[in-house]
Write a protein that binds this ligand. Structure first.
Ligand SMILES: Cc1cc2nc3c(=O)[nH]c(=O)nc-3n(C[C@H](O)[C@H](O)[C@H](O)COP(=O)(O)OP(=O)(O)OC[C@H]3O[C@@H](n4cnc5c(N)ncnc54)[C@H](O)[C@@H]3O)c2cc1C
Length: 509
């Protein structure tokens, strides 16, 4: 396209979402002569949490040709193989499980998990714990990094942990070097054209900042999409109860784990995220069930820092989505478009996929609104697909210690898709066929659904099994030796996480 209708784009907000959008869109559209400006307030901070990612963050950095040795040391970043969920279940032997990222070797062992989980759902006494079948669970337990030796030619997806303030600074400096304009000012009001389109932003410096298109990255404030264009916000409070968080750092030793740990507490859960210089920890809880003070005491006790004067940050979370992500000449990206609580650390993945899908729709429609409705429908489905999988963690908990966990388990406000998936699991039907039928396997795959459902140890109760059934189960168990040996020998191809990080650091300096 030689002469796009859009010449000038203003991004409101310089958090991670704003700088990710600026970096990607500048790279794509600068050759078309489109100018990108980021305006951010020096007085209104960024959210400053959000330190875990999915593998899409690697796709983001790769697409900008930014190497790990460049950005990781600058952001105190570490590798992430997946997430361990501890104490969400009280079922004996299933008190914790690991949700790994995909690898090209999953085919070799996960088939056994699916087979064993199916037998277990039929009531046979076979081991169906996902950790036993996952190479990433195996190497994570040994604190190994997800980068295999060169002579081990398999592909491993992985995510990262990083300092959210440093990643924003890193992206900002790089984007400015590449030619993105940066204005430090606070937006005081917004001017609109008669058709509702945004005309300009009035800044507290007196400047009137006009543009053809605006990207709202103003965080939970959602100044353009929700406040100016009045796009309604649809809360997920009916099925995701948490609305608050407390973040506090703790010390880390030189043996750095390669996973996020999510531990259930009495009214929510705590993340533990390893960076190269500290752990980031945070209690995500529901203010309906506990007070901020009680929650902070519980968090400090859990972390063993009850008497420490290290400061804890209290945050409110607005969980839900906007009715539309793109209206008129404005698209919202990041917290301004909605937020699903951080249990699977999906927010930056969402930022990346929103930018990617929006830029494709915009280019295909020759920089007009032509594909807006399709784009909005895809975004809404994406939100709901991810939300359902997050809700499943709460729905399947077996804790009885507080009303919070009981209410989560007994909550009947589930989407039709989630209701159907649970009925397929308990009805011993084919999970993979259901994912295809419901068209939701692109959000979370069979591997993820099985890890969660089997990992929580929820299996239908079966009685009156025949001797033939039991014999079948015993025969299946013989595969376990193969799986154990296979995973043990594969794991020899990985190095300690801390050692790999040191190498990256020295390459980056
Ligand atoms: C408790 C918690 C935990 C999280 N954990 C994760 C995680 O593990 N993984 C993950 O991927 N995500 C996580 N997230 C989400 C993640 O933090 C955000 O998606 C990410 O930081 C992007 O935020 P943002 O850029 O949309 O908003 P912000 O960081 O809030 O940035 C907003 C920007 O808008 C600017 N602004 C606002 N108003 C004005 C104004 N009037 N004028 C000018 N500028 C203005 C601000 O100055 C700022 O620059 C978490 C979120 C929370 C709340």
């Amino acid at each position: 396209m030689d002469n796009p209708k859009i010449k000038n784009i203003v991004i409101l907000g310089g958090g991670t979402a704003g700088w990710m959008a600026a970096s990607l869109l500048h790279k794509k559209w600068q050759p078309l002569g489109i100018k990108i400006t980021v305006v951010e307030s020096p007085d209104i901070g960024i959210i400053g949490v959000g330190e875990g990612s999915t593998p899409l963050l690697k796709v983001f950095f790769d697409s900008l040709d930014i190497s790990e040795s460049e950005w990781m040391p600058a952001c105190n970043a570490t590798y992430k193989n997946g997430i361990s969920f501890l104490n969400w279940s009280t079922v004996e032997g299933y008190e914790g499980y690991f949700h790994p990222f995909p690898t090209s070797l999953d085919f070799a062992t996960f088939g056994f998990l699916y087979k064993y989980a199916a037998l277990r759902r039929q009531g046979l006494d076979v081991l169906a714990h996902p950790n036993r079948f996952s190479l990433l669970a195996n190497i994570t337990e040994k604190h190994l990094a997800p980068l295999p030796a060169e002579n081990f030619p398999f592909h491993f997806q992985y995510g990262y942990h990083f300092d959210s303030v440093l990643i924003g600074k890193f992206l900002r400096e790089r984007a400015k070097e590449k030619g993105v304009e940066h204005i430090e000012a606070t937006v005081e009001s917004v001017e609109q054209h008669d058709n509702g389109d945004i005309k300009s932003l009035k800044l507290n410096t007196g400047q009137d900042l006009a543009a053809d298109f605006f990207i709202d990255c103003s965080g939970f404030a959602s100044i353009l999409l929700q406040k100016t264009l009045k796009v309604p916000f649809l809360p997920f409070a009916e099925n995701l109860f948490n609305d608050s968080a407390i973040a506090v750092p703790t010390e880390i030793s030189s043996d750095i784990p390669s996973e996020t740990v999510s531990t259930a507490l009495s009214n929510g859960w705590v993340w533990k995220i390893p960076l190269t210089n500290r752990f980031g920890n945070g209690y995500v809880y529901s203010s309906k069930y506990t007070s901020p003070d009680e929650a902070e005491t519980e968090l400090r006790t859990h972390l063993g820092i009850l008497d420490s004067d290290v400061e804890a940050r209290h945050l409110k979370m607005k969980v839900g989505r906007t009715e539309e992500t793109w209206r008129n000449n404005c698209v919202a990206i990041g917290l301004s478009q909605g937020f699903i609580e951080p249990l699977e650390a999906t927010a930056l993945q969402f930022v990346y996929s929103t930018i990617d899908e929006f830029s494709t729709a915009f280019e295909e429609g020759e920089f007009t609104n032509q594909y807006r409705e399709d784009f909005n429908a895809r975004m809404n489905k994406n939100f709901e697909g991810i939300r359902d999988y997050i809700v499943l963690h709460y729905k399947t908990n077996s804790r009885t210690d507080t009303q919070y966990w009981i209410d989560n388990r007994e909550n009947t406000n589930l989407s039709d898709n989630l209701r159907e998936m649970l009925s397929v699991w308990y009805g011993i039907e084919d999970l993979e066929a259901a994912l295809t039928r419901l068209n939701i396997g692109q959000y979370y795959s069979l591997r993820s659904w099985t890890c969660l459902l089997a990992g929580m140890g929820i299996f239908p109760k079966q009685e009156n099994l025949s001797a033939a059934d039991e014999a079948n189960a015993q025969a299946a168990i013989s595969d376990l030796d193969y799986v154990d040996n296979f995973l043990a020998s594969c794991s020899l191809n990985f190095e300690p996480h801390a050692k790999v990080l040191k190498t990256d650091m020295s390459q980056g300096s």
